[in-house]
Design a protein around this ligand. Structure first.
Ligand code: G3I
Length: 371
């Protein structure tokens, strides 16, 4: 039997141990080299932030983010369903917090996104009239882009307007407002946010057919005398199958249009999937083979992931005169949307930091590429 005194001493010792471990956690975070510093003369290093991170619920996570990244994109909270939930109601609370977060930690914010066919407010479904869609479209851009002008660096003005073959995706905006709606969105954003950079953002727009559609779309905006400052290639790729040649050609071709080129949602899928891209409505049925790495990533895959990231960053550096930002779609593997898409509840490993914010071999390869 332990005496009361022994129990008290044991508890004190335990508390001490916990304190030391926590302090070491902070110190460990400080001992990890910083990506934002490593690439400070090349391009911005960004991350997607979720609600908990924007609200700074965990101080160690905040410290970690501020040390590693100098740009951030909200993963969800600036999408229209969240920021404009009812016809005449906007909810700016978390977006305002994000702006404060950016100021406090010297992180520039990329607004994501003004016009997207997905994550639209529920009330849009009930609207059948062209006039009402136009009113929503105009008011939304004016109000949201206007509020943050001068407070954020940039907007993804339109997201994912293209099909894989380069034709225009049949969205509610295309159907109700016609072919020129993308140009119109940029015109409205330019008026509402003269101090904010304006981008078009998509996935697979490094693939030749979709890229051709993207270039045509950009030229149309430019021909109308409307400002577009950059193009975002989301960069949702697969391990061992990153399309380096298409990526390089895209950097060169988009750059030739006078635009900044950004990699805006970078992650590299390591789990089995029978299609590419990031079409959120696409799903896959779970089976015995769909979640193979619940106990850790095999070394061969880990090394391939590291090699892919290394080659990617070497390519980005080669074209750093055009590439202005590389944003990862999440801080660490635990946060990634790829744990729940296209199959829910998988254990994925697409980023540079593991579930405890510890650097993976890919992190060190990327860091070495910066030297
Ligand atoms: O907030 C609700 C929560 O209340 C509810 O209990 C829970 C139940 O499923 O859902 C939560 O919402 C989820 C939301 O993420 C916040 O976590 C949605 O279901 C889920 O669909 C949503 O997924 C987001 C997805 O966009 C939706 O389209 C991902 O987080 C986000 O990473 C992803 O981001 C997109 C980019 O914006 C555009 N490019 C593709 C990229 C990946 O899909």
């Amino acid at each position: 039997m332990l005496s009361n005194k022994s129990i008290t001493s044991l508890s004190t010792a335990l508390l001490l141990l916990i304190n030391v471990a926590t302090e070491q956690g902070g110190a460990l975070a400080q001992s990890i080299p910083s990506l934002r510093d490593a690439f400070k003369n090349d391009f911005g290093i960004g991350t997607a932030l979720n609600n908990a991170q924007i609200e700074e619920r965990d101080p160690q996570t905040t410290e970690f983010i501020a040390r590693q990244f100098n740009m951030a994109t909200p993963e969800n909270i600036m999408k229209s369903a969240l920021i404009h939930p009812k016809w005449d109601t906007y909810n700016f609370e978390l977006a305002d917090k994000l702006v404060e977060f950016g100021k406090k930690h010297k992180i520039k914010i990329n607004g994501h996104t003004l016009i997207w066919h997905s994550q639209l407010p529920m009330f849009i479904r009930g609207i059948k009239s062209q006039d009402s869609i136009r009113t929503f479209f105009t008011d939304h851009i004016k109000t949201v882009a206007g509020r943050y002008d001068g407070k954020i660096l940039s907007w993804d003005v339109v997201n994912e307007a293209l099909n894989e073959d380069g034709t225009m995706r049949k969205t509610v905006f295309l159907q109700q407002l016609g072919d020129d709606y993308v140009t119109e969105a940029f015109r409205l954003a330019q008026q509402a946010a003269p101090k904010t950079e304006l981008y078009y953002n998509d996935y697979n727009n490094e693939q030749p057919a979709k890229r051709a559609g993207c270039i045509a779309l950009i030229k149309k905006i430019q021909a109308a005398g409307v400002r577009i400052d950059g193009v975002g290639i989301q960069g949702h790729w697969h391990v061992g199958n990153v399309p380096f040649k298409d990526i390089e050609e895209s950097i060169v071709q988009y750059g030739a249009l006078g635009l900044k080129v950004m990699f805006t949602e970078l992650d590299i899928e390591v789990l089995p999937r029978n299609f590419q891209g990031a079409e959120v409505s696409q799903r896959m049925t779970a089976n015995a083979e769909s979640n193979p790495y619940t106990n850790g990533l095999p070394d061969t895959v880990q090394q391939q992931l590291a090699a892919d990231y290394e080659a990617l960053f070497k390519l980005f550096l080669k074209h750093k005169d055009k590439v202005t930002r590389v944003t990862f779609w999440g801080v660490n593997d635990g946060q990634s949307w790829l744990n729940n898409w296209p199959v829910r509840g998988r254990t994925n490993y697409p980023l540079l930091f593991d579930r405890n914010n510890q650097p993976k071999p890919a992190f060190y390869k990327v860091l070495a590429a910066s030297k």
